[in-house]
Design a protein around this ligand. Sequence first.
Ligand code: SF4
Length: 181
Amino acid sequence: MKKVLIHICCAHCAAYTVEYWRGEGYEAGGFWYNPNIHPFTEHQQRLEAVKALAQEKSLPLIIAPEYDMAEYFRRVAGHETERCRHCFELRLTKTAEAAKANGYDGFTTTLLISPHQKHELIKEIGEKAAGEKDVEFFYADLRKRYSDSRHITKPMNLYRQQYCGCLFSEWERYTQEKAEK
Ligand code: SF4
């Protein structure tokens, strides 16, 4: 049985993604590394929700000890309009390394279920990171199952985030809301 390490951005995107890869016959593990989630208290709230989901789904979960917020900002500084590329590179390269180090055949990411993310860019960067670290990138377009994934977590009453993760996205989320009023 092939082993897939699933980079998890949040519990709500992970719920169906884990079911999908298990349904495809993979042994799944979860991986948490999201230095793009600001501030730290928000990061911790999302992590607690992921821990609860992992327990519910009996999913082994690796939590990267580093938060690396400074590295996120170093990469993005001066490239703010391209920030998602740097964000994906940081997170998916780390996931590829963790997959290799922990005996997984390859990795994927829950970002692939979100219709709000830059899907083709995630695929491109996932494949590049896989090539560099000599593991596979397991790709699936799960965007049609986004709301199903949220239905799975609804009865669990887990923390739900209101913005993508970084301070830029938080600012955009709330200024947009204000503009629409
Ligand atoms: S908007 Fe989301 S994906 Fe883009 S840089 Fe911010 S946290 Fe990362």
